[in-house]
Design a binder for this molecule. Structure first.
Ligand code: NI
Length: 205
């Protein structure tokens, strides 16, 4: 997920001597129109090779793109894994402070009746922001990066980013939640992504 403000642009860069290793670990982000974003993702087995390295690389990729969430299909892998880094929201919501987590094989099994609107963006649809209605709270079971099981309730901005990233694992993007009218108004923009006509400050494909 892509936060709307540009105020996170000045993220700390790694030390210069790490540059080679650093660049090697950044994945290009898959842009709308690529079929990977539309495929349902597969559960991850505990023996999945180098999963911790992959999660670290995803955090680096997310930070380079100044995003708050990234799902594995967005780096071309159809596996049930997403990460969130809510630290950019730490000032406005205390629960987001230093909140960085990986979620493996998540299952959202309950959602609040109450819904809310939020202006969402996505690293796979650069520059596009739309008001999206979602439940304000969800309950989710998931495994962390050590395959420890958790069952938690999320609300506020964390519920928002978690639902956005979870959608990616089922081949959905945030524009799927818009009204048919709104989607038809965005048709040419969405087609432009698929044709490679977009601009973003991070590596993309
Ligand atoms: Ni997204």
């Amino acid at each position: 997920m892509n936060p709307r403000t540009g105020r996170f642009a000045a993220c700390a860069a790694p030390a210069a001597h790490d540059k080679y290793e650093f660049e090697k670990m950044i994945y290009p982000i898959v842009i709308y129109g690529n079929e990977t974003l539309r495929k349902p993702s597969e559960p991850i087995a505990p023996d999945y090779p180098e999963l911790k390295k992959l999660i670290e690389d995803m955090f680096l990729t997310l930070s380079e793109a100044s995003g708050v969430g990234l799902a594995a299909p967005q780096i071309g892998k159809n596996i049930r894994l997403f990460i969130v880094d809510c630290t950019p929201w730490g000032d406005e919501e205390p629960a987001c402070k230093d909140y960085k987590r990986a979620f493996i094989n998540p299952e959202i099994y309950a959602a609040s009746d109450e819904t809310g609107l939020f202006n969402e963006g996505c690293l796979s649809l650069p520059g596009l922001y739309e008001e999206v209605r979602r439940p304000v709270a969800v309950r989710m079971r998931y495994l962390d990066e050590n395959f420890v099981a958790h069952d938690e309730e999320f609300d506020g901005l964390r519920a928002r980013v978690i639902q956005h990233e979870y959608d990616h694992l089922d081949g959905k993007v945030f524009t799927d939640h818009l009204s048919p009218l709104r989607r038809s108004l965005l048709k040419s923009k969405l087609l432009a992504f698929a044709k490679g006509k977009y601009r973003c400050s991070y590596k993309a494909r």
